[in-house]
Design a protein around this ligand. Structure first.
Ligand code: PLP
Length: 395
């Protein structure tokens, strides 16, 4: 059996998204900046895609800038707010310790340019409270950037409340909604969001395309120089097939959000309930404020990457916040931020589901994960020390 349980890394394109894209690769291949009919057909389709995105976000079409993905949107939102802040002598930015690297590394860059960055701690469940944000805001704060939902542990932040505080204090609020987009409702006005990032490949659209919503009146800073595409905010010939396909995928996700969420969260809950029975394990993230498809556990006494390799041999695609898997020496910054010790964070497993996963697949996942955790523990010298009492169990 082959089970893809890594939908937080990327998703398979849906039929709807592929079908929407194909005509714009051959029949309607024009450049929307061209004045002739072939170009104008592309321009019309581009405008329609913008309107579809806007309708489902509760904003205006002209408040949308198409980008190459979530990372670019995050970079542009943060850099734009920094440039605006600097003009007013405001060089303080608030974020959290569990943001995506597209946010954290952009903030690192700004800190080298003299910005002061406050990274808020999160509670053990991975949540930052509106009160924490309120008390961190100062006279010099130009931006609060906090993700809607976390890609590793699935925690959903109280962004509407955070947005309300920012609005009251006159501070720009950006949210990375890349993980939230297919699963949680978004309305930028009701949720007091000034800027928001999305990426198509996280909701069954194509890779290499995303968007930034920015409330009208916010002057964006270009990160690419060139022509006047995207109202001058994002030069470069538009990725028409990608943009059209993203709009189709987003509309599909929004239309089926309730039924998909109900289905996926039932599968998630079964996984969480059963995996909680594995001795010396712990669920990461919050039980209630959690993305429908996210399951993340730490298993004491094993290495996450070893578990991934074993699972892959059995046809299961998953992910881990362990050091090797993340390509650095330290385990996931998110798991460390919620207080997991290094040794425990190394033994993490993330399963991220989507609506095409089946009950049968969940049963297979449960069987294989529990078997492989036991197998790896039986081979592990660390586990032997734990069982013999030479080392103390932490979980
Ligand atoms: C995937 C992801 C991104 C990056 O999006 P890309 O389109 O891959 O650049 C940013 N933030 C979060 C939360 C993500 O999950």
């Amino acid at each position: 059996m082959k089970v893809y349980a890594d939908n937080a890394a990327t998703t398979r394109m849906s039929r709807v998204a592929i079908d929407a894209m194909l005509p714009f690769m051959d029949t309607f291949y024009g450049n929307p900046s061209s004045l002739h009919s072939v170009g104008q057909e592309a321009a019309e389709a581009l405008q329609k895609a913008r309107e579809i995105m806007a309708q489902h976000l509760g904003c205006e079409a002209r408040e949308i800038t198409f980008t190459s993905g979530g990372s670019e949107a995050d970079n542009q939102a943060i850099l734009s707010a920094a440039v605006l802040g600097e003009k007013k002598g405001k060089k303080h930015i608030i974020s959290t310790k569990i943001e995506h690297h597209a946010v954290l590394h952009t903030l690192d860059k700004l800190s080298k340019q003299g910005f002061e960055i406050t990274l808020l701690d999160v509670h053990e469940n991975g949540i930052v409270t509106p009160q924490q944000v309120a008390s961190a805001i100062r006279e010099e704060t130009c931006l609060v950037t906090i993700m809607y939902a976390n890609n590793e542990i699935g925690t959903i932040q109280p962004i509407a409340e955070i947005g309300a505080i920012c609005k009251e204090k006159g501070v720009l609020f950006h949210t990375d909604a890349v993980q939230a987009a297919p699963h949680l409702p978004i309305n930028v006005n009701e949720q007091n969001i000034d800027m928001l990032s999305l990426a198509a490949h996280k909701f069954h659209g194509p890779k290499g395309v995303g968007m930034l919503y920015s409330r009208k009146g916010i002057l964006l800073t270009k990160i690419i120089e060139g022509g006047s595409q995207e109202r001058g905010n994002r030069p470069g010939t538009e990725n028409i097939p990608g943009i059209i396909s993203m709009a189709a995928a987003f509309e599909d996700a929004c239309t089926h959000m309730d039924e998909n969420s109900a289905k996926v969260s039932a599968l998630r809950d079964k996984l969480i309930e059963e995996l909680s029975k594995v001795p010396h394990s712990i669920l990461n993230g919050d039980l209630e404020h959690r993305l429908p498809g996210n399951v993340n556990f730490c298993f004491e006494g094993i290495e996450g990457e070893a578990l991934l390799l074993q699972l892959d041999r059995k046809g299961i695609c998953a992910s881990s916040g362990s050091a090797c898997a993340s390509g650095s020496l330290d385990p996931s910054h998110v798991l460390l931020a919620i207080g997991r010790p290094h040794e425990i964070a190394h033994g993490s497993l993330r399963l991220s589901l989507c609506e095409s996963n089946t009950e049968e697949e969940i049963d297979y996942l449960l069987k294989v994960v529990t078997e492989e955790v036991e197998y790896l523990r039986n081979m592990s010298p660390v586990w032997r020390d734990l069982v013999s009492g030479k080392k103390q169990f932490m979980l």
